[in-house]
Structure formats: structure tokens, C-alpha cells
Design a protein around this ligand. Structure first.
Ligand code: NAD
Length: 407
């Protein structure tokens, strides 16, 4: 199987076959500006010392400071972080926000750490990278397994080392620590605005049956938002199991069950089934909201969805994209579908820099306007180019990046 970065480069190559770009630009956009690897020492509760490997990839800052989350996961490595940083570069260009692309990570299973150890690790990451991040240089955020609390520890560590207490160095902070209204739900909310903008164009019914892979931050908020808008969540999953109910799952009760037991498995309001069968449930909207490489050449033909909306980054491989396109199954690509997260992160950064506080109403009104506009633009471009939405989104992002780099 290709690495996520190989997939990212293959997506780039496919899009640039449709519209040509200067060769020098393409050489530059395929390579990160900087890749940083750090050793993070943590004194464990049992008195031993553990050293974890941490990363920051600063991919491209032609349009603004590097921007992108930090992932804590046992399988995270430099290759994965590099791919995520590349996608961030395109995503910020798709959303047309004044940010470049970056991403960070630590190879660790945070579920094996105590709270004290997790705080020490988070502070160590910021301490090691304090010289390369900053409100006008590189602004990290949460990603898989990193929380608002972790962002607050990192912001505090940055303030201690630099004296900058604006909080603008990192986004996704709790409200009390300079976070933005709406940030917690922004990724899912942005995805929903895109869905709304394209629903009719993609021939979706009034009430959609929705399946969500991954009941974490992005997934559970999506479940809440889609069902509150009258759609039906017929199945969802986490790293342990999947759960389904053709009549619709009760999202709040499922959330409480997951909070109490650690998994969706065994929820009384549905039938528990094998985790990886989730993708093959019949539905109108399939929302991958877990990890990369989930929809591949070897399983894509088993999908029974009308459209795929990627809240996760990189869930569909390029080969699977082609098969879905041939079957008329539209894929709303990650760099559009989940751009709500980084967009509201950028609103948070702007509020911190200007010492402002915006209402939730304001935040969502601005987010909706961006997502609707960019979704329409990408849809029309895909029609003009007779291609899929991912290639169209890449072309638009690359045009904006090329302009910025030329200037
Ligand atoms: P999270 O850690 O809160 O949730 C991830 C969920 O996926 C968990 O419920 C986990 O149990 C589940 N999971 C892991 N492996 C699985 C598998 N094989 N099958 C089913 N479920 C599985 O992470 P998150 O922040 O919700 O991020 C999820 C995805 O969304 C990632 O690709 C991330 O990069 C992307 N994303 C998140 C944000 C954000 O603001 N949180 C923004 C943009 C993109």
C-alpha cells in the first residue's frame, strides 16, 4: 500500500494533467520547506525516563504562516505528517484563508499515558519547537488524539518561554484560554455547509441516510449536526466496533454510552457489528471521519453510498477515487469537506491577534459563507473540466498557490 504522501503526490500529478502549471512551481509544491524531528523526554510516573519522537513539517508558507494540527498516535511518522502538511497547504488555499500548510505529530499512544505524563509530553513538544512556531510563523492546532486542554498546555508553555500571552501561537484552545466560539464543532459544521451547498446538485434526497466512520471529535459532531437537521444516522464506528440501526441511532444516548464505556460497542439502541463492515452499509452519505487509506482499490467496489464526504484527511486512495468516479459516486474531498476546522482556527488566531471575541453566530455566518462559496466554485470547475471534485479542488488551490508564490 502507498504511503499517504505517495497518495498525495499522485493526486497532485493527476490534477496537473488537466491544467498545466509551470514546471518550477510543481517542483517546489511537491517538497516541504522544512521537516523537523525532535526527541521529547518525559519523566514517567514510575520514575523512568521515556523519549518520544516528535515532528513538525512546515510545508509551504507562500500564503501565510504555516498552519496545521498536531497528531498523537502510535502509527504517526514523518511520512504521514508530511502528507498531512501538504494537504493543509492545499486546504488553506481552497478555503482562501491567509495561511500556509504545516502539520505536527508525536509517535505515541496517548491512551497509555497518565494525565501528568500527557501534559509533560505536550509541554516538551512546544519547548522543543518554540523557536520555529509563533503567531506570524507557524500556528499549530488539534488533530487526532489532541484536545483543547493539550492546546492550552502548549500555549502556556509558549507564553512562559517567550512572554507572548496572546495565545495566537496555537488554536483549538478552550474558550477560557482564548479559544473561539464554534471551534469544537467547526470541522463537522463546515462539512455540513458543503453538503448543504451541493445536496441538490448531487441528487441527494431530502432526508439522507448517513453512515459515519469514526465517532471522535469530527464524527460525533457530524452525527449531531446531520441528525439535528433531520437526517438519519444509520451506522457509525470507532476503533473497536461498529453499530447500526436502520431506523436511526439516538446520537445523544450513543455519545453517553461511549463516554461511559469507551466505545460504541454494545450500545443498546442498535446492533453491534464488525468495525470494517461499516463502510459497506447502504446509505446516501458516507462520512469517513477516522484515518487515511480506508477506501482502497481492494474494498471500494463494496461501497453502497450515493456520495462520500471526507471529514478525515486522506481516507480515499487515488485508485479508489477513479472507481468511485466511474460509478457516479461523488467524493467531496477532504481539502474542501473538512476545511471548516482550519477556517475557524484561523478566526481564532485573528481574534487573539486583534484581542477580539466574536459570537458563535458571527463565526458560523462567516464559515457558512466561505464553505458555500468555495463548494460552488469547485463544483462548477469540476463540470468545466469534466472531472471529479478532488481534481477540481486541487486545480483551484494550485492556481491560488502559484499566484502567491509568483508574487
Ligand atoms: P479523534 O481522535 O477525535 O477521533 C477519531 C475516531 O476514529 C475515534 O473515535 C477512533 O476510535 C476512530 N477510529 C480510529 N480508527 C478507526 C477505524 N479503523 N475504524 C473506525 N473508527 C476508527 O480525531 P478527529 O479529530 O475526529 O479526527 C478524525 C479525522 O478528521 C482525522 O483524519 C483528522 O485529520 C480529520 N480532521 C480533524 C479535524 C478536527 O478539527 N478535529 C479537522 C480536519 C480534519
Amino acid at each position: 500500500m502507498n504511503t499517504p504522501f505517495q497518495n498525495a503526490l499522485s493526486q497532485l500529478e493527476r490534477a496537473t494533467k488537466l491544467v498545466s502549471f509551470p514546471a518550477d512551481f510543481l517542483k517546489r509544491i511537491a517538497q516541504p520547506n522544512r521537516q523537523i524531528r525532535v526527541s521529547l523526554p518525559v519523566n514517567m510516573d514510575n520514575g523512568t525516563l521515556n523519549i518520544y519522537e516528535g515532528y513538525r513539517v512546515q510545508f509551504n508558507n507562500a500564503r501565510g504562516p504555516y498552519k496545521g494540527g498536531i497528531r498523537f498516535h502510535q502509527d504517526t511518522d514523518m511520512e504521514e505528517v508530511k502528507a498531512l502538511a501538504f494537504w493543509m497547504t492545499l486546504k488553506c488555499a481552497v478555503a482562501n484563508i491567509p495561511m500556509g500548510g504545516g502539520k505536527g505529530g508525536v509517535t505515541v499512544n496517548p491512551k497509555e499515558l497518565s494525565e501528568t505524563e500527557l501534559e509533560a509530553l505536550s509541554r516538551a513538544w512546544m519547548r522543543s519547537l518554540v523557536d520555529v512556531v509563533g503567531p506570524q510563523k507557524d500556528v499549530p492546532a488539534p488533530d487526532v488524539n489532541t484536545t483543547p486542554e493539550i492546546m492550552a498546555w502548549m500555549a502556556d508553555e509558549y507564553a512562559k518561554r517567550t512572554g507572548d500571552t496572546t495565545g495566537a501561537v496555537i488554536t483549538g484552545k478552550p474558550l477560557e484560554a482564548g479559544g473561539s466560539q464554534g471551534r469544537a464543532t467547526a470541522t463537522a459544521q463546515g462539512g455540513f455547509y458543503v453538503f448543504e451547498a451541493l445536496k441538490e446538485k448531487l441528487g441527494l434526497p431530502e432526508v439522507c441516510k448517513v453512515v459515519i466512520q469514526g465517532f471522535g471529535n469530527a464524527g460525533e459532531h457530524a452525527a449531531d449536526i446531520w441528525t439535528k437537521a433531520g437526517h438519519k444516522l444509520v451506522a457509525t464506528s470507532d476503533s473497536k466496533a461498529a453499530i447500526r440501526n436502520p431506523e436511526g441511532l439516538d446520537v445523544l444516548a450513543l455519545y453517553e454510552h461511549k463516554k461511559a464505556t469507551g466505545s460504541v460497542a454494545g450500545f443498546a439502541g442498535g446492533e453491534t457489528f464488525e468495525r470494517d463492515e461499516l463502510l459497506y452499509q447502504e446509505c446516501d452519505v458516507l462520512i469517513p471521519a477516522a484515518l487515511e487509506n480506508q477506501i482502497r482499490e481492494d474494498n471500494v467496489d463494496r461501497l453502497r453510498a450515493h456520495i462520500v464526504l471526507e471529514l478525515a484527511n486522506g481516507p480515499t486512495t487515488p485508485e479508489a477515487d477513479d472507481r468511485l468516479f466511474a460509478r457516479g459516486i461523488a467524493v467531496i474531498p477532504d481539502i474542501l469537506a473538512n476545511a471548516g476546522g482550519v477556517t475557524v482556527s484561523t478566526f481564532e488566531w485573528e481574534q487573539n491577534v486583534k484581542h477580539e471575541h466574536w459570537s458563535e453566530e458571527d463565526v458560523f455566518a462567516k464559515l457558512k459563507s466561505i464553505m458555500h462559496q468555495e463548494a460552488q466554485l469547485i463544483f462548477h470547475r469540476s463540470q468545466d473540466l469534466h472531472t471529479d471534485l478532488r481534481r477540481a479542488a486541487f486545480v483551484i488551490a494550485l492556481e491560488r498557490l502559484e499566484q502567491a508564490m509568483k508574487i
